[in-house]
Design a protein around this ligand. Structure first.
Ligand code: FMN
Length: 318
């Protein structure tokens, strides 16, 4: 008899499947073993023109790991997690083992409940500002060992706007990048991975830079960034482990925000350009390595869920 009941298997699958991922590529596979679940990175899912180094793919696996751990916690297991446990299997990104019975905390239950509600909100937020308590709660969920958050100040918005404009100018003319983005832009009801075309908003701030969007106006973009709560996610180092840790932290913060009724979108695209990443680090005097910008605000509209891969595509049975 299997350690995991059929209901538990579906619960684990659903939690992991609903994690956010770069271009909704869902670049992971789960393997269910006695007491433990193994999470593998899918190297066949590659975005060579968006992110040649695969950093976002590992961030995505980190986000899936957060959901996997939460699902096991709400099943009543205390879990032990090993990151990159086997050098002989470099695509094995984590092993999560059920150690002993332990009920979840209220926070874990809240974050788990937020998994199906979480969405990428690439649109403008509602004008009502966030309270300090809300921002603190999201930042507290993000911060952890080796990972921290740095909130952009209003007088840094112009500098960030400049980096976004530079990104837009470059990517508009990068035909290979645009072709790749088009191949990951999908129609609802037809594809199970990729971003539905209705969710790709103008790449002003929050969306992805598409061919016909035009370079944003500096003043407009600066004002918009200055108005928003933008958190820079950074880690102490820049190795594979750090990328997993950053992805796991982003998902914790995203779920904490969702639980509070807030909306989030993640921006990593500009940071794939070495000069943008270095420019941001330098001008913000970041001690670590930036991985993503997290926009946090109040939802201005409700966003439909993106499609997800099937059970047989995500769960490897032994
Ligand atoms: C590592 C990572 C990088 C991402 N980068 C971007 C980005 O640069 N721009 C963007 O609009 N969305 C980005 N996203 C959001 C994904 O496109 C989104 O999670 C995916 O399409 C699934 O949609 P959902 O979040 O609504 O479930 C990123 C997500 C992750 C996990």
């Amino acid at each position: 008899m299997s350690f995991w009941s059929p209901i538990e298997v579906r619960t684990l699958f659903r939690a992991v499947a609903q994690a956010p991922s770069v271009h909704n590529s869902q670049p992971w596979v789960m393997e269910l073993h006695e007491r433990s679940v193994l999470l593998f990175e899918r190297w066949d899912v590659a975005l060579p023109h968006h992110e040649p180094k695969g950093r976002d793919r590992l961030l995505s696996c980190g986000a899936a790991l957060t959901n996997l751990r939460l699902a096991m916690r709400v099943m009543g297991w205390q879990v032990s997690t090993l990151l990159l446990p086997d050098p002989a299997q470099p695509d094995l990104v984590a092993t999560v083992t059920a150690v002993r019975r332990q009920p979840p905390t209220e926070t874990e239950a809240d974050w788990y409940a937020a998994i199906p509600e979480r969405r990428s909100h690439r649109y403008r937020f509602d004008d009502k500002p966030l309270t300090p308590h809300e921002i603190d709660a999201v930042e507290a969920a993000l911060v952890g060992e080796r990972v921290s958050s740095r909130r952009l100040a209003a007088d840094e918005a112009g500098m960030v706007a400049g980096l976004m404009e530079h990104t837009a100018e470059l990517l508009h003319h990068d035909h290979r990048y645009q072709r790749e983005l088009r191949s990951w832009t999908v129609r609802r009801g037809r594809d199970r991975a990729g971003i539905p075309v209705d969710q790709l908003t103008h790449g002003l701030f929050g969306g992805l830079v598409r061919l016909g969007d035009g370079v944003p106006d500096h003043e407009v973009l600066t004002a918009r960034i200055a108005d928003e709560c933008v958190l820079v996610v950074e880690t102490v180092d820049d190795g594979r482990r750090d990328h997993l840790i950053a992805g796991a932290a982003i998902e914790r913060a995203w779920l904490a925000a969702t639980h509070l009724g807030l909306a989030v979108s993640v921006i990593t695209q500009p940071l794939q350009l070495a000069e943008v990443r270095a420019g941001l680090s330098e001008r913000l005097h970041l001690p670590g390595f930036p991985h993503a910008l997290l926009r946090v605000g109040r939802p201005s509209l409700s966003v439909a869920a993106s499609p997800r891969r099937s059970f047989s595509d995500l769960v490897r049975t032994l």
